[in-house]
Design a protein around this ligand. Sequence first.
Ligand code: FES
Length: 153
Amino acid sequence: MSRLDEILERYPFVQRDNLIPILQDIQDEFGCLTEEAIVKVGKYLSLPTAKIYGLASFYHHFRFVKKGKYHIKVCNGTSCHANGNTIILNELEKSLDIKSDEITRDGNFSIEESSCMASCGYGPVISVNDRHYTNVDIEKLAEIIDYYKNMEE
Ligand code: FES
């Protein structure tokens, strides 16, 4: 039995109310909602996959790609936007050669745009896993990325 089947077995009563808990369990297990998983859940609950994608996309919490070892969030709140978060995001994407919601080929880095990270007076704000960085400019961003790249060498 696959790990996906094991998750579905936790929900023996096939009810659409179970959709969110099932998706949550899948994300906890696999790190994201894969296409294979969504198709299988759709068959299990007799729901169209487009509907599942639509619902999962509504909740910012669900991801469709895995996180990298170092998951970088760039705050996209109003204050950080006013403080130039777009410059930071563009530089980050250029430096890692990936776009937001993508993961580097080596699996080390991923980028996500985030809602307000509760440090509005100190933007632009980014985080790497659980560590927050404030007042990020291009130079500071380069130092942060170098630090994590060096950890892998
Ligand atoms: S807007 Fe970025 S921390 Fe609040």
